[in-house]
Every structure is written in C-alpha cells, then in structure tokens.
Write a new protein. Structure first.
Ligand code: ADP
Length: 334
C-alpha cells in the first residue's frame, strides 16, 4: 500500500505559474500548434460568424488537462477581437454572482468557464435562459414580498472547458452549438512547441533533444513546457549554453521520468493494481483508497494517458493492468 498522496499540479486543471506566464501562450490560431481539425473548423466558424455579423455559438472544449483549452478560449476572443472574461465552475457560490457577471458583459464578449462540470445546479439553471434567450431571472427582496425580475443581457459567447464531458448535464451540453474534443498531441507537434518555448525563454535546444522531451511529455503541452523548464534549470546549474539529448536524458533520469514519460505517480498506480490486486480487475474507489488519492485525479490525470498507451484497461468489472503495463513496471524495476 502507498502511504503518501502524490500531487502533480502541472497536469490537473489548476493553473500553474507557467500558465500564468502569458508570453508563453499562443496568441492566434496560426500560432497554436497541432490539433489541426479543431483549428480549421474554428477558423471556419469564426469567419462565418464575421461574415454574418453574428456572434459565435456557445462552445464546449473538452479533453484532459494541459492540452490547450484555456489557450484556445483566449485565442477565440483575440480572433473575434472581443473582451475575454474568465472564471471557473467552483468559483460560483450564489446565483447573484452569475447575474452580476452576465449583466456586465458587452455584445460579442467571450465568457470562459473552466471546469464547467463543477457549476452548482442552481447556477446552471440560471445559465439556461441566459444562453438561449440572453435573459436572466433575478429575485429582489426576500420572503413573501420577494419579486422575480427578468433582465436582458448582451449577446455573448460562452466557452466552457471540461475534462469530462460526461459529467455535464444533458440540458447544459445541448446548449452548446460547437463541441470540440482535444486529443493528446503528436510527438512532432510537441517538439515544435518545445523549440518555440525555448526560444521565448532564450535557450537553445537541438532538434533531437526537443524530440526526446516531446516523447516523454504524455502528449501534453503543459507537461512539455514544464519538463523543458526543468531541463533548462539543470543546464544552467551545469553551466551549459545549449541543451542536447544527453542533457535531456540525464535531467529526466534525475526527475524519475521514464522513457514513456511516466513518473512515480503513474508507476505507483500501476504497481498498486499489479501487486495489491493481482493485476485487477479492481474498482476505482478501491484504488483511490489504496493510493490515498482523489478519484477525480486518478480519472482525469493518471488514467487517460495510461489507457491511451494500452498499459491499463477499463472494463465493467474494474481496472486491469495489461501485459504491456506489467512489462513496463517490471523493466523499470530492473
Ligand atoms: P488546459 O486549459 O487544457 O488545461 P492550457 O490552455 O492552460 O491547457 O495550456 C497549458 C499550457 O500549454 C499553456 O502554457 C499553453 O501556453 C501551452 N499550450 C497548450 N496548447 C498549446 C499549443 N497547441 N501550442 C502551443 N502551446 C500550447
């Protein structure tokens, strides 16, 4: 059994310090690397809205953390040249919070709600008429003298982001006219992101070294940028002017990141299924209790990549470690 909970904030939905560095964020669709089908469709929707002189339909972006949902929302508002307002589902506590926010929007503005699956139900219900008819109900006073007022709001575009579309209620999901699913990135796209970011950070990295970091970034730009920054730290301390593949390999070894990009947390999860539960099947709640880790973190952060790589399988009876998964942890131990 594992005794300590391991956090990996860089791949949760929480914003990291790196994300707050807006210079590293792509500013336009042309600077957004990869996800080609999403980019080309978005270009079409934005151009069509401009030609029709209408606002964009509401958009839902979904996919694992760190793939660029927030960046895309910023880009959409830049491309449409409108104001960007950002908040998150858990930030709302009272209906009044949403009404105040909505009544301050201007025509065409983008309202971005991260982790939209965590909106409290009462807020979600207030949002429905705002999304459909650009109206919202507001209660004045309390008790028997309370009155419901309806206020009109400007026509805005809601961009929702979620790691799990399945947790959105059906009525909310149906109110988004544009559904876009972000996939894990190809290695060459991640290598391009790494080279671009190292230029922004004034450090030279050669193509092989960038590709090596890319291969170990779990298909995720946020992880690629974080690994690049840590490799830069090792290079600075070792007084190296450029990053080559041997620097990358030695730095990532020190960080215990293996050739597939898996870290201690992934290996603990796989070892837990292999050793404590005989390879599975084992239920998610049981794994969560054994690892002392929240179920959400396991489902959103750890599992999607391991499943995509075929190391773990999800069945109706629980999680199973595949033969590749078993080989992976056995080889790492050697
Ligand atoms: P999400 O909202 O899906 O968690 P973010 O939009 O916050 O992800 O992106 C995480 C980090 O990765 C940001 O620093 C962002 O600049 C970078 N990033 C994400 N996608 C891309 C991309 N396609 N091209 C370049 N950088 C990207």
């Amino acid at each position: 059994m594992v005794e300590k909970s391991l956090r990996r904030p860089d791949v949760t939905s929480e914003r990291t310090e790196d994300d707050k560095n807006f210079n590293l964020r792509p500013k336009s669709l042309d600077h957004f690397i990869g996800q080609n089908y999403i980019k080309s469709n978005l270009k079409t929707y934005i151009e069509s809205a401009k030609k029709r002189k209408k606002n964009l339909d509401h958009i839902i972006l979904y996919g694992p953390p760190g793939l660029g949902k927030t960046s895309l929302a910023h880009i959409i508002s830049n491309e449409k040249n409108v104001n960007f307002h950002s908040t998150s589902g858990p930030a709302f506590t009272k209906k009044g919070d949403l009404v105040t926010l909505l009544s301050n929007l201007m025509d065409g503005d983008v309202l971005f709600i991260d982790e939209i699956h965590r909106l409290p139900p009462i807020i979600e219900e207030t949002l429905y008429p705002a999304l459909e008819d650009f109206k919202c109900d507001y209660v004045i006073g309390s008790g028997p003298s309370a009155r419901v007022m309806q206020i009109s709001i400007e026509k805005f575009t809601l961009i929702g982001a979620t790691t799990r579309l399945g947790l959105l209620s059906r009525p909310l999901r149906d109110r988004f006219g544009i559904h876009l699913q972000l996939d894990f990135y190809e290695t060459n796209d991640l290598a391009e992101i790494i080279i671009l970011n190292s230029k922004k950070l004034n450090f030279f990295i050669d193509a092989d070294a960038a590709s090596e970091i890319a291969k170990r970034s779990r298909g995720t730009p946020r992880i690629a940028i974080r690994l690049l920054k840590r490799v830069i730290d090792f290079s600075i301390v070792d007084q190296l002017k450029t990053i080559d593949i041997s620097t990358v390999k030695s730095s990532l070894k020190k960080m215990k990141i293996d050739f597939q990009g898996l870290d201690e947390m992934d290996r603990k999860y796989m070892k837990c299924i292999a050793l404590d539960f005989n390879g599975g099947p084992v239920g998610i709640e049981t794994i969560s209790a054994a690892l002392l880790e929240q179920r959400d973190i396991i489902e959103d952060v750890i599992e999607p990549y391991l499943m995509q790589k075929g190391l773990v399988q999800r069945t109706s009876r629980g999680r199973i470690l595949s033969k590749q998964g078993l080989d992976h942890i056995s080889n790492y131990e050697k």
